[in-house]
Design a protein around this ligand. Structure first.
Ligand code: CMC
Length: 437
């Protein structure tokens, strides 16, 4: 809840224009916000904040991040406790409804999700229209958007029942769609969901089973997959979540809004970072491996090179990303289980991490490894092809997007998102006939 503060901000102008008093609101934790909603009406001026460095776009009760402390809370619960004590579907329940489920609620929710895993049979014909070598995120953007063409009975964003069923459908069907997109690229038959498996176990089976033999999910790998899902489930108002909110603010249907989130997530500065990180490790490996790290770091520090250390740095975390710590642990567990401790890419990653954590350039800028630094290595070890990494991030983030979208729709103060601008282009001028231009 936004609590008004006793303190007010005063905006003064050096040209003698009247001052303006701005209310301040307090959250339950985190920075206060200055309410500028009446600024334009009273002063005729906008604020200027490209990239939203100082702007709270909404109030929210879902996820809290303290970037300086390296703290991440879902509905108040530290990510470290959720990752160890709860599975992904419990986390989904928490994000959607605000509380962790009790045993009966958990069973009922699992049943509901796991009985919506199948997709309309027509979806496979839609999928067939794509090139087999299409990037999975291109395919996912299309498939998720297309869900609105298949599930007409849950497209009214203003109807709470529609929102609820769309939420369950999206969470349930994302693993099926990601696995179908994968099977399509490798020319194997789609594997239908098996609803008595766990959410992550079912996903692994749809990814790796064939109709020719029994598939037995490995518990360590299933747990790792589930943890990847949990760690990526929500991250407050990041680029893709803000995209979903903005897209949904026009009243569009939930499937279309989530498809917009998938498209935004694809970028290498956001969800595409795990793929970019693994490609980077592969390049260094090919060009001489650990011995060439020094040279690579030099390039990263050279602003003209355009090279970034992928998987490092974060807009909000100016400390170790708590998800990276958990993912690092999982990484060791998975490589141990698969006997890949001597995996050259993992060794290279560890060496890069060590150097970067000690190097003045990274220390001064508070650049720490983020979750993508390790999640790529884990996924590669599990057998997931690199181009599919971001699609798995999208699968996991879907619940966060929906929870945030539903929170926005339920907020009586919500309006269509419509940022303003500082116009610096040509003033009004006349069009000349083509011969005179
Ligand atoms: N490698 C080298 N230098 C970096 C890096 C990096 N990965 N990240 C930031 N910097 C430098 C940047 O050049 C700038 O230096 P200077 O002050 O000398 O100009 C300084 O650090 C601050 O960077 P910034 O660009 O102001 O930071 P930002 O908050 O705008 O960008 C970021 C955050 C995530 C886009 C950026 O750190 C980055 O591109 N990292 C690599 C991509 C990556 O791993 N992204 C995944 C983010 S976590 C997953 C998710 O939430 O989607």
């Amino acid at each position: 809840m936004m609590t008004p503060s006793d303190v007010k901000a005063t905006l003064a102008f050096s040209d003698g224009s009247p001052t303006m008093e701005l209310p301040i609101y307090k959250g339950s934790i985190g920075p206060d916000v200055i309410d500028i909603r009446k600024l334009y009406a009273q002063t005729g001026k906008f604020t200027y904040d490209p990239g939203f460095l100082s702007t709270a776009s909404c109030n929210s009760t879902i996820t809290y991040i303290d970037g300086d402390k390296g703290e991440l809370l879902y509905r108040g619960y530290p990510i470290e406790q959720l990752a160890v004590n709860c599975d992904y579907l419990e986390t989904c329940y928490l994000l959607l409804y605000g509380e962790l489920p009790n045993a009966a609620q958990k069973e009922e929710f699992n049943h509901r999700v796991m009985h919506h895993t199948m997709v309309n049979e027509q979806m496979q014909f839609f999928l067939r229209g794509f090139r087999r070598d299409a990037h999975p995120m291109a395919v996912m953007t299309g498939l998720v958007g297309a869900l609105s063409a298949f599930y007409h009975d849950s497209t009214d964003i203003n109807n709470p029942e529609h929102r609820e069923i769309a939420a369950i459908r999206l969470i349930a069907k994302m693993p099926t769609l990601v696995a179908m997109a994968y099977k399509y690229t490798i020319g194997q038959p789609y594997i239908y969901p098996k609803n008595d498996l766990s959410y992550a176990g079912n996903f692994m089976r749809m990814m790796f089973a064939t109709p020719c033999e029994e598939y037995k999910p490995n518990d360590v790998l299933v747990r790792a997959m589930d943890r990847i899902f949990t760690l990526h489930a929500d991250h407050e108002q990041n680029a893709s979540t803000s995209t979903v909110r903005l897209c949904g603010s026009s009243g569009t249907n939930p499937f279309a809004a989530i498809a917009a989130g998938v498209a935004c997530l694809w970028g290498p500065a956001h969800g595409g970072a795990n793929e970019a990180c693994l490609n980077m490790l592969g390049d260094i490996q090919q060009n001489g491996g650990v011995a060439k790290i020094g040279e690579f770091i030099k390039q990263v520090k050279d602003k003209n090179s355009g090279v970034k250390l992928m998987g490092f740095g974060h807009r909000v975390y100016k400390n170790y990303d708590p998800r990276a710590k958990l993912m690092r642990e999982t990484c060791h567990e998975v490589l141990g289980e698969l006997g890949l401790q001597d995996d050259p890419l993992f060794k290279l990653a560890m060496e890069l991490e060590k150097i970067a954590l000690e190097d003045e350039y990274f220390v001064a800028r508070k650049l720490y490894p983020n979750v993508d630094f390790y999640s790529g290595i884990v996924q590669r070890a599990i057998g997931i092809p690199v181009p599919l990494f971001t699609a798995i991030f999208a699968l996991a983030r879907t619940v966060g997007w929906i929870a945030q979208l539903n929170e926005m729709i339920g907020d009586p103060e919500y309006k269509i998102g419509r940022p303003r601008q500082l116009f610096v282009g040509a003033k009004s001028r006349d069009v000349k006939p083509i011969g005179q231009r």
